[in-house]
Ligand binder design. Sequence first.
Ligand SMILES: C[S@@+](CC[C@H](N)C(=O)[O-])C[C@H]1O[C@@H](n2cnc3c(N)ncnc32)[C@H](O)[C@@H]1O
Length: 976
Amino acid sequence: MNDKVFIEEQFPVSKISKESYKERKAGASQTLTGLGKWWGRKPLILIRASIIGMLMPVSDNPKKDRDIFLKILTMNDEGLWLRRSKSIPAKVIQNTLSKDEWNDISQDEKGNLKRSWSTGLSNEQKEKIIYNVFNTLSYDDKLTYCNRPEQIEGPDQSTWNDINAHLGTHANNLQELVVELGKKRFGHTPKVGDCFCGGGSIPFEAARLGCEAFGSDLNPVAAMLTWASIHLIGGGKKVQQEVMDAQKKAYEAADKQITEWGIEHNDKGWRADAYLYCVEARCPATGLMLPLAPSWVISEKYNVCAVLKRNDKIKGYDIDIITGADKNTMAQARLGTVRNNRMICPETGEEFSISGIRGDKVVNGKTVYGLRLWEKDDLVPMPDDVFQERLYCVRWVETYVEKNSQGELVEKKRHHVLSVTKNDRKREKQVLKILTERYKEWQKNGFIPDRKIEPGYNTDQPIRERGWTHWHHLFNPRQLLINGLLSFLLSDISKNSETLISGLLHIGLCSDWNSKLLRWVSHIRKTGMGGVNQSFYNQALNTLYNYSARNLMSLYSYRIKLPILDLKNYGCIVDVRDARTINVIMDLWITDPPYADAINYHELTDFFLSWYEKQIRFIFPEWYTDSKKALAIKGSGNDFKESMVDIYSRLTKKMPDTGIQMVQFTHQSSSVWADLAMILWAAGLKVTAAWTISTETAVGIKKGNYVQGTVLLILRKRLSNETAFLDEVYPEIEDEVRNQLDHMMELDDKDDPNFGDTDYQLAAYAAALRVLTQYSEIEGQDIQHELFRERDPGDKSAFEKVIDRAVEIASDHLVPAGLNKHYWKSLAASERLYLKGIELEKHMEARSGAYQELAKGFGVRDYNFLFAKTKANAVRFKTGSEFKRSHLGGNDFSGSLIRNILFAIHETVKSEDAREGLKWFHAEIDNYWHHRKLIIEILNYLSNSIHIPHMPHWEKDADAALRLAGAVENDHGGRM
Ligand SMILES: C[S@@+](CC[C@H](N)C(=O)[O-])C[C@H]1O[C@@H](n2cnc3c(N)ncnc32)[C@H](O)[C@@H]1O
């Protein structure tokens, strides 16, 4: 029996990439993001497509299989129509229709249609027109008017009839289908697990689809987010209401308390909405305490800035806030007092390194950092500390009433950005006093952190740069008091695990949005008033010279807002554990492992864990509450490989023989994944397919971006212990690669291509791996031995050579569109590289990695001279006119037919006369008459680069190629 599943045979990578990108672009309104910060959450549509692809059987009609797969995911025409969420503007409709069609439909209604699409035509007429127009749009354009697949119920009933007829099922919804497919394949509801569940995408989507899901992670923050995705988002209306009520109540109580304390209001009754603080240090040039900031601008739009005024009485500076500052003052403010980690003295212009100010020293070749390390109980710097902290500006909001044009009284708000007054300083003292009275108790009960910062790659930064040793040192007294008060109230009000966890997650968001890592942005466009960036605006713990603190109510916008989804109580177990100790059996393991130093989850998450840990213990007494740094998978060396082999060997054991695995990872370069393939091979798995999905950016808009592909490797258990020899394996691989590519090309849609050049390349790797990984030994060497063998750089194993050979086969096999296979075969490798490079450019591929892979595939080493541009993500090959006379004549490419053709094009462009090009052929090409047909073929191919909007540099050359092709065709040897 053929037990292959859909994803082992094909996958609509282009459409899934587009859908994934759309989901990513939804930003904060993605389903899981509102629960809390996580780095690298996988798009839910990618998981949905993966699970369906791993369960759906294949028939002997791959095209029909694909149609059915797209129907299940509502990614076919009807599905997209069903997902429509926005109306199509009349203008788009007019542009899409031909003039006649437009005139037809709008004969007596045209005026109405133009003025407003909503009047004139009957609803039925409109719907029909929109339907027709919609179906003429490209997939990308359709998506702009659509919801995401997860935002609708799924296919309609008539589509279910088609799906059931093809698959022999009886489903009326996605969950029923998934359960039925699971039963057919495994005899029960499919069990889907992820032992690196992170932000929870995989178990969440698996549970939503009706699988029995399992998600675990080493990190308790990840487990908490995953638990929340299932129980809060999946909790339905009741939970949503409880969560909303608890948060509202907590804020009301906090607001009352803050108002009573009088720490956010001034004498006029105005309330502050932002506080700006800076660090100050003694300037070696003047001996004065100098406030530090890279810029003193507060609002670019309203010309608000801080101005430093020397005050010898206080041995420092007063800071005045000016609104409506003149040009010079603003320019001065923009310079700041610290630049490139150097303090700049405003009096003398002298610069001093911050490292020197801190007192860092090199002792015995090692840097010893100079700052005093803060004691646990320090809430502010000690008077002798190098860096002091100071409030320098408060932004106040005045609320007043005014009559509007109808004479009604309406409430209005006005901002005042002001210098710090005596009373402000009093309030700061009051804040410290209130906090001091409570913080020990709050720490004991886990409402504010007391955890030490463990040294590490990212965590060393706050220790080294500020002397902060505990996580609460990353918050100033005002921030600790507000976040802590909320934490206490949310916990106090909560009645069950759901509200407690939502409260904690909210505190996580508050700490991300109210810490000393909050960068002030003076050019926020929305209001022009200036605003803040979250602490984790990148994946680091960057200390700042000036930062902002928020008022209480501004944090309310970060409350947990849950999209209501009904998960119908499908099962999902969430656990905290090292993946090496997994003890559940799953039919499908879908994992996205940490790979090669990408993100230091175990360090960064301590920022949040320090706020959660004591309270998590109440809710999940069986969970541990540290980040288990020592067990986290890191690096890319032998430790990494060993842990990964351990984990994947374990997962392989923990699945039935019919089980399937998918390993996802987002790669930096297309070669790194070969390493991972070796790891999985050594773990007893065999590769059955590989696909790349672009989750980071739109396919087709590859201009100058940093596209990251997520590679999906599909794997099965290796059930036999066969050995093979390379001479047997090579022909098998050659056939497999060719078959794979032919199959993909046959399936591909000419109008809306599914596969790009790199997809074919990856498919070639996968085909080679499919052959290789069936064997546990090659040439008598086992793969474990090979994986851990010490190797010199450049020393290629037999395995890698086989994989390289697969790519070579693919490169030869993939003839650029528009060229005859017979001629293609007659060209040298460097010539093929050039022509294929032009094809890549036509497909908007501008990543240097793609060109490198191509060169590798053709076995061409020396190709840098072909590039017109070498910027990492904007590369392309030169045109003939750009080459001019360079690299002309000699060996290899310089003396090749293509190079001569390019020069003849150059001559034709320069002289505006094809005869000049022809002359060159006659004079320089041996055996010109013999090569004539090939020359015409290539000239025609190059002339296809004309009128391509993103290739304007080819315009003249392509035109010349066309004329020259004509000239060669008409060349019968007469005099020129
Ligand atoms: C790339 S992330 C997974 C992201 C996840 N797929 C998502 O959609 O959010 C990798 C995860 O592996 C976890 N991890 C690292 N070492 C681990 C170990 N030894 N056992 C289990 N999980 C580990 C990290 O905490 C991190 O959450």
